[in-house]
Design a protein around this ligand. Structure first.
Ligand code: HEM
Length: 467
C-alpha cells in the first residue's frame, strides 16, 4: 500500500467501486442507531472490506468504513502524519463528558494530555489496583443469596465504577463519591437504550423541556454531577496532599510546556471522560465474559482447572499479577473482546493528503472509521466467527490490526491495560470463589447501549453460593 500525492482527485472523493450499503441513507442511519448489529452484518454482505456512509451521526459527514486489517494498519499507524485524529469529530460525547478532555482534544494538546494520563493506567500503577479489584468483586457478590436471580451487567458495573472512581479520585466510599457513582450510572442509563440514544445522535432532540423530559433529565443529572466534581476539586485545592497518587491529584499538579496548570473546567471534563469511558465499557466486557464462560461448559472447566492449579502450587493465594498472566484466562478474555466487542468503531481519522489504500485512491479530507465489529467477524482470520473459542488465541498470534478491541494509533484506548487487567481479575475472582449458572437458555444478543454494544438482557444469572 502506498500514499501518492500525484493521484489527488479533487472532484472524486472516493474511487469506485467503493459503495454505499443498499437502501436509503436516512433509513440506514436509523437502523444503525436502533439496531447496529443488523446494520453492520448487512453491510458486510453487500460491501465487504470498505463501504461509504453519508452520515452516521458523528458530525463527520461522509465516511469510509473499513474492516480490512491492512487498511486499518495503514491508517492507524500514520495517524499523526498522513492522517489526523481530530477530537471535534468525537463531539457526540460532548453532552456527557464536556469539550476539554483528551477525547475532544486534537494535535499537540491531545498528545500532551495523553502523556499526562497514560502512566496512571500502566505498569506498577496497575498492580496497586489488583487487590482492590479482587476485593471489590467479592464485596459486590456478598449480598447475593443462593438461588437469587441477578443481572450480571448490573453487578459488574458496580465493580468497574468503584475501580475507576478509586483510580481517578483515590476514594470509593465517601458519601460524595457514592452520590457521584449513583449519578453516573443514572446519566449513562438515561441515554443507554437504542431509542434513548437517538438523543445523542440527533442534536436537535437535545431540548430541556423540564425535569421529566428525556434531555431535561440528562441536564439535571449533569448539573448535580458537576457540583460534586467541582466540590471535590476545590477541597483538594484547599487541602493539598502530596502523598496522593490518584489521577485528580496528578492532573492538579501537572503543568503544560508553557507552565500553565489545568483550570477547573479542564479538570472536570477530564475526570468525567475517564469515569465514563472507564466504567461502562469494562462492565460490559466482564458481563460478556461471564455469559460466554457459562454458555460453554468446556471453557468453564478448562478455566477452573487453570485457576485451581495456580492456587495449589505453593498453598498460598495467587497474586493478582500471577492471575493476570494465566494463558487460558487471557485467551478467554481476548476471545470475549473479539466475539463480543464493546466498541463497534475506532474514532474517526482524516486523510491529510491523497492516499491509496488497497488499490483505492482517496482525496485529502476523506474521513475513515475502522470497524472493530466487522474485523473481528472476518472468516479468513477467525474461522466460524460466531463460535466462542478461546483456543484461537493460543493457536495463533493476531496482529494489533486483526484483533483491535481498543483501537490503535494516536487514540488507542488509554485504559486498555487497566480494562484487560480488571477483566481478568474480576472473572478469576467470580469463577474461583463462587458458583453461578445462566438463568435460562435464551441467547444473549448484542444491543446498542449509548455508543457501545452490550448484552441485550444484561445476562440474567442464578447465584448458587460459594464454591
Ligand atoms: C473493555 C473496555 C474498553 C474498551 C473495549 C475500550 C475501547 C476503546 C476504543 C475502541 C477507543 C478508540 C480507539 C481509537 O480510536 O483508536 C477508546 C478510546 C479511549 N478509551 Fe477506552 N475502552 C475500554 C476501557 C477504557 C477504560 C478502562 C478507560 C479508562 C481510563 C478508557 C479510556 C479511554 C479514553 C480516554 C479514550 C480516548 C483516547 C484518546 O482520545 O486519545 N477506556 N477506547
Amino acid at each position: 500500500m502506498t500514499s501518492s500525492a500525484s493521484q489527488v482527485q479533487p472532484q472524486l472523493r472516493f474511487k469506485e467501486p467503493i459503495k454505499n450499503p443498499k437502501g436509503f441513507s436516512a433509513l440506514r442511519r436509523l437502523e444503525w442507531i436502533l439496531d447496529p448489529v443488523t446494520y453492520l452484518e448487512r453491510t458486510k454482505a453487500d460491501t465487504p472490506d470498505f463501504f461509504v456512509e453519508d452520515s452516521l451521526g458523528f458530525g463527520t459527514g461522509p465516511v469510509v468504513i473499513t474492516s480490512h486489517p491492512e487498511a486499518m494498519q495503514y491508517i492507524l499507524s500514520r495517524d499523526r502524519k498522513t492522517f489526523s485524529a481530530p477530537g471535534e469529530f468525537n463531539r457526540i460525547l460532548e453532552p456527557l463528558i464536556g469539550s476539554a478532555s483528551v477525547i475532544m482534544l486534537s494535535g499537540d494538546r491531545h498528545k500532551e494530555r495523553r502523556q499526562l494520563i497514560t502512566p496512571a493506567f500502566h505498569g506498577e500503577r496497575l498492580e496497586v489496583y489488583g487487590q482492590l479489584i479482587c476485593d471489590l468483586t467479592q464485596a459486590v457478590v456478598a449480598p447475593l443469596q443462593p438461588g437469587e436471580v441477578f443481572s450480571v451487567r448490573h453487578l459488574t458495573q458496580q465493580v468497574s465504577l468503584q475501580t475507576i472512581s478509586k483510580v481517578v479520585f483515590g476514594l470509593s466510599d465517601s458519601p460524595r463519591s457514592k452520590e457521584m457513582m449513583a449519578l453516573l450510572t443514572k446519566t449513562v442509563d438515561s441515554v443507554g437504550s437504542p431509542v434513548a440514544a437517538l438523543i445523542l445522535f440527533f442534536g436537535g432532540l437535545q431540548k430541556d423541556l423540564g425535569a421529566w423530559s428525556p434531555w431535561g433529565k440528562v441536564v439535571r443529572l449533569r448539573a448535580r454531577l458537576d457540583e460534586l466534581v467541582y466540590a471535590e476539586i476545590r477541597d483538594r485545592q484547599a487541602h493539598p496532599d502530596p502523598t496522593r497518587t490518584d489521577i485528580l491529584s496528578m492532573l492538579m499538579a501537572a503543568r503544560t510546556e508553557s507552565g500553565e496548570a489545568l483550570d477547573e473546567h479542564e479538570l472536570r471534563d477530564e475526570l468525567m471522560a475517564l469515569l465514563m469511558a472507564g466504567h461502562e465499557t469494562t462492565a460490559t466486557a466482564i458481563a460478556w465474559a461471564m455469559y460466554w464462560i457459562h454458555h460453554e461448559p468446556d471453557v468453564k472447566a478448562k478455566l477452573l482447572a487453570e485457576l485451581d492449579a495456580l492456587q495449589k502450587e505453593d498453598g498460598a493465594d495467587a497474586t493478582p499479577t500471577q492471575i493476570s498472566q494465566l494463558p487460558y484466562l487471557s485467551a478467554v478474555c481476548q476471545e470475549t473482546l473479539r466475539r463480543s466487542p464493546v466498541a463497534m468503531f475506532t474514532f474517526p481519522r482524516v486523510a491529510q493528503e491523497s492516499v491509496t489504500i488497497e488499490g483505492h485512491t482517496f482525496a485529502p479530507g476523506t474521513t475513515f472509521l475502522g470497524c472493530i465489529f466487522l474485523t473481528h467477524q472476518r472468516e479468513e482470520l477467525y474461522p466460524d466467527p460466531k463460535a466462542f473459542r478461546p483456543e484461537r488465541f493460543l493457536e495463533n498470534k493476531f496482529s494489533p490490526y486483526e484483533f483491535i478491541p481498543f483501537g490503535n494509533g494516536a487514540r488507542r484506548c488509554v485504559g486498555a491495560a487497566l480494562a484487560q487487567y480488571e477483566l481478568k481479575l474480576a472473572i478469576a475472582t467470580l469463577i474461583s470463589h463462587y458458583k453461578f449458572r445462566l438463568a435460562d437458555s435464551k441467547p444473549e444478543l448484542p444491543k446498542r447501549r449509548g455508543v457501545t454494544l452490550a448484552p441485550a438482557r444484561g445476562v440474567p444469572m442464578i447465584f448458587e453460593g460459594k464454591r
